[in-house]
Design a protein around this ligand. Structure first.
Ligand SMILES: [Zn+2]
Length: 312
């Protein structure tokens, strides 16, 4: 019963937050620079008495700007409350003006990686910003509440889809795409690629590129091998299919737990976090339980969720 109530509320707020997002887009970087905490608009008040500088916006525009800032913050707080988050998620800093140089993680290279200019394989994006990136794989579960939650909270993520899992409901993923999520390649049939022939690997990767172009109108630039398992043929095939990056992950979040690649069990700036489109039949909870677990941990450690594409 509670879930039904929450769904109805979140549908209404989904509409509201679309408005908020438009406002945020219009206000651009200024909103991010000001942050949510600053909602008294004190630095936005026009100088008292005397004349305003010629290029200053009129006082009325500044008032409405402050009002919109307050509204955006209020919407974010309300959304966090609605979805039972412990804290309001932090706002990510603006996209870096200069893209970081992405290199293959030590120990993840294949023979001739550099000489052949093969796509970099990495688990963390070099940045000092306290951001992590959420990536979601496969596509078995098509959870509508998850879409509402992510729109409502305005949390970015990147999807890696496998053709055989998404083909029964590509509309679900087109909806996601229309909300700004970038859809990427995770092969046609999700095989363990390592050890397969170059031709077989190319069929899986290039085949999915063609499928993505047909169904979603774009050939992805990102590819993630199933199980994170690859060899030199994988990267050669990926490159031949037009892939520029092979992001893996440093942590994995489930509906009921986290798993870390590193022993220190801590998030680091630029970490890529993996999760999956899964439902109750595949793990202990729902997609929204997973997002709640993810955001609670990330926010508690002082991290915002960034857009991976902003850094590539
Ligand atoms: Zn997978």
């Amino acid at each position: 019963m509670r879930a039904v109530v929450q769904n109805d509320k979140s549908r209404a707020s989904g509409r509201a937050s679309t408005g908020v997002r438009i406002v945020l887009a219009v206000l651009g970087l200024a909103v991010i620079a000001s942050g949510c905490a600053q909602d008294d608009g004190s630095d936005l008040v026009a100088p008292a008495g005397g004349q305003q500088p010629l290029d200053a916006p009129p006082a009325r525009a500044l008032d409405s700007y402050a009002t919109r800032l307050r509204a955006a913050h209020a919407a974010r707080t309300a959304a966090a409350h609605r979805w039972d988050l412990r804290k309001v998620p932090l706002t990510a800093p603006p996209a870096p003006a200069e893209k970081p140089r992405i290199r293959t993680r030590k120990g993840f290279e294949v023979d001739g990686h550099r000489r052949l200019n093969l796509p970099p394989v990495f688990t963390t994006v070099p940045t000092r910003n306290k951001v992590v990136f959420l990536t979601i794989d496969d596509g078995a579960e098509k959870d509508r509440a998850f879409l509402r939650m992510m729109s409502d909270l305005d949390v970015p993520y990147t999807a890696f889809l496998s053709g055989y899992l998404v083909k029964d409901d590509t509309r679900y993923f087109r909806t996601m795409q229309s909300r700004g999520v970038v859809l990427n390649n995770h092969t046609l049939h999700h095989p363990n690629l390592r050890g397969l022939s170059y031709r077989a690997q190319k069929r899986e990767i290039c085949g999915m590129q063609r499928y993505m172009e047909k169904r979603f109108g774009k050939r992805p630039a990102l590819f993630r091998p199933p199980f994170g398992s690859y060899d030199r043929a994988t990267l050669r095939a990926a490159k031949a299919c037009g892939i520029a990056y092979v992001p893996l992950w440093n942590e994995e979040v489930f509906a009921d737990r986290w798993e870390y690649r590193e022993a220190n069990r801590k998030l680091r700036p630029g970490d890529i976090v993996l999760t999956h489109f899964r439902g109750r039949d595949q793990w202990k909870g729902t997609m929204t339980d997973m997002v709640r677990r993810f955001l609670n941990k990330v926010t508690a450690q002082g991290y915002a969720v960034g857009r991976l594409e902003d850094y590539l």
